[in-house]
Design a protein around this ligand. Structure first.
Ligand SMILES: [Zn+2]
Length: 310
């Protein structure tokens, strides 16, 4: 009997021992499973946070698209200046338009830029309409393309000038246009045109709100008021034989001028070329010639040094 009791006690002990063991293993297994689940949850949460951060970062580094309005000067009945060749007249409006088409094509080789033309055919537009167009399109820059004539302002007879705002009202806008003008002057002088630098001209009739003389050219005046940096490029003197035959009479020559204008805009805006990723180094400390025609008509000539990136 005693042996039987002992035997039962041993069985009971074994039973309890094994049950405890099973229970302990189950609890341990449960804890591990929960830990795994938590780890998975954390990993998923981390991944989602990382994705959100990546999305936020992508939005932050997304580069702005610059809207550049190109304005081929004159058009329709307004033919502009002309060169009288033996075959007939070559009108400024046609030369301007050709440069504009080449310029648009060149600028498309860069990232982050949208190029819009004020006219895509031979039509007349008032300066007001051109300005309104740029305002409606929310232009970041306005570049009007022209060629000069001997009666042009500044007392020059050959070479290029870039008309820029006086910079006496909305100073940052004026300075932006002046810096762009320096880039254009640098690039056009590389092509070989005589460099007359920047031209600033005061109106005899209009003042800005701050009482300073307004800019003479309506396009520049109206766009400065609306915070749009605007320049007028007078590429060369169309009625000067040397300028005409050396720079303005063939498709290849006009293409070169357009390439220079495009490089200037790209350098100023620090755009990268889509094919190579190249960004032109900003011009620093660029010394430019300036002709400032005052309200009374007298011209003051001087040089000024600009740091020329935007
Ligand atoms: Zn013109």
């Amino acid at each position: 009997m005693r042996n039987r009791e002992d035997y039962e006690r041993i069985l009971l002990f074994l039973f309890l021992y094994i049950s405890t063991l099973i229970l302990a293993v189950s609890i341990r297994y449960g804890i591990e499973r929960n830990k795994d689940k938590e780890r998975e949850k954390k990993a998923a949460a981390d991944a989602s946070t990382a994705a959100t951060e990546a999305a936020v970062t992508t939005t932050e580094v997304e580069e702005p698209v610059f809207r550049v309005v190109i304005d081929p000067g004159h058009g329709g009945n307004d033919t502009g200046a002309f060169f009288q060749s033996e075959e007939g007249r070559i009108h400024e409006k046609t030369v301007n338009f050709k440069i504009a088409r080449f310029l648009k094509r060149e600028l498309k080789k860069y990232d982050n830029i949208k190029v819009i033309m004020t006219r895509s055919k031979d039509v007349f537009l008032y300066p007001d309409e051109r300005a309104r167009f740029a305002i409606e399109k929310k232009a970041d820059l306005f570049v009007s393309l022209h060629n000069n004539t001997l009666v042009g302002a500044g007392g020059y007879a050959s070479g290029f000038s870039v008309v820029v705002p006086l910079g006496n009202y909305k100073k940052e806008i004026g300075k932006a246009a002046q810096r762009l003008g320096c880039n254009i002057a640098f690039e056009l002088s590389e092509v070989g045109l005589h460099n007359n630098g920047l031209l600033m001209r005061a109106s005899q009739d209009y003042d800005y709100e701050n009482g300073e003389p307004a800019d003479y050219y309506a396009l520049i005046r109206k766009l400065v008021k609306k915070d749009i940096p605007a320049v007028i490029i007078e590429h060369g003197f169309i009625d000067n034989e040397d300028d005409f035959y050396d720079f303005l009479c063939s498709k290849e020559q006009l293409q070169k001028l357009a390439e220079a204008d495009a490089r200037a805009i790209a350098r100023y805006l620090q755009l990268s070329r889509t094919d190579t990723g190249e960004v032109l180094a900003p011009l620093s400390d660029y010394k430019v010639k300036i002709c400032h025609i005052k309200r009374n008509g007298t011209a003051k000539r001087f040089r000024r040094t600009y740091y020329t990136s935007k």
